[in-house]
Design a protein around this ligand. Structure first.
Ligand code: COA
Length: 162
């Protein structure tokens, strides 16, 4: 199993470029990491920063606001390692559920979250109406936010899929 260290961080100069991969609006990222209801973390392997995550912890339902791994470190299990830490931390905090939202067109992210044990939960239709012009990913227009959920109590001891 990969060994990563997750450390809280408020350093926008490091966090924003990593999280830009998950959210193009740097102003929105800044506002989110300055929001006292969120906690931002860096994922490190030795001296290397491999990714970042922003959580909104709450007893009933915690939210993954942003999660990203650095492009050079993708596809090597670090996304799942960060997710394993999120789930373990949720268990430590006694959080019942973890939710995450992803765009209808984010096929890669939809695959990733399901591989980490999340199930589809609901759709926030027209969530992306605030975009000033149409945005496409995988040839699909971003319109709706798909919410996925992981019920912590439903997990077997091994936190993610085999
Ligand atoms: C989504 C993301 C965090 C995944 O991180 P990663 O480090 O590549 O993930 P892992 O290497 O741990 O892969 C975990 C699983 O997801 C799968 N996966 C990852 N990216 C995938 C993709 N593009 N398409 C299909 N499956 C994918 C892997 O194949 C792996 O499955 P496996 O366990 O069956 O082998 C990363 O691609 C990323 O940072 N993307 C940009 C930011 C983003 O979109 N964030 C989410 C929205 S907030």
């Amino acid at each position: 199993m990969l060994s990563i260290e997750i450390v809280p961080s408020k350093d926008a100069t490091i966090l924003v470029p990593i999280l830009h991969e998950a959210e193009e609006g740097d102003e929105r990222i800044l506002k989110t990491i300055e929001d006292p209801s969120t906690t931002a973390y860096l994922a490190q392997v030795g001296d290397d920063i491999v990714g970042a995550v922003v959580m909104r912890w709450a007893p009933a339902e915690s939210e993954i606001v942003y999660i990203a791994t650095e492009p050079a470190w993708r596809g090597q299990g670090y996304g799942k390692a960060i997710m394993r830490w999120i789930i373990e931390e949720a268990q430590r905090r006694g959080t019942a559920e973890i939710i995450v939202g992803t765009a209808n067109a984010g096929l890669d992210q939809i695959a990733f979250y399901q591989k980490c044990g999340f199930r589809m939960d609901s759709v926030r239709k027209n969530f992306f109406d605030y975009f000033p012009a149409p945005v496409y990913e995988n040839g699909i227009r971003l319109q709706d936010m798909l919410m996925l959920k992981l019920v912590v109590a439903d997990l077997p001891d091994e936190t993610t899929h085999p």
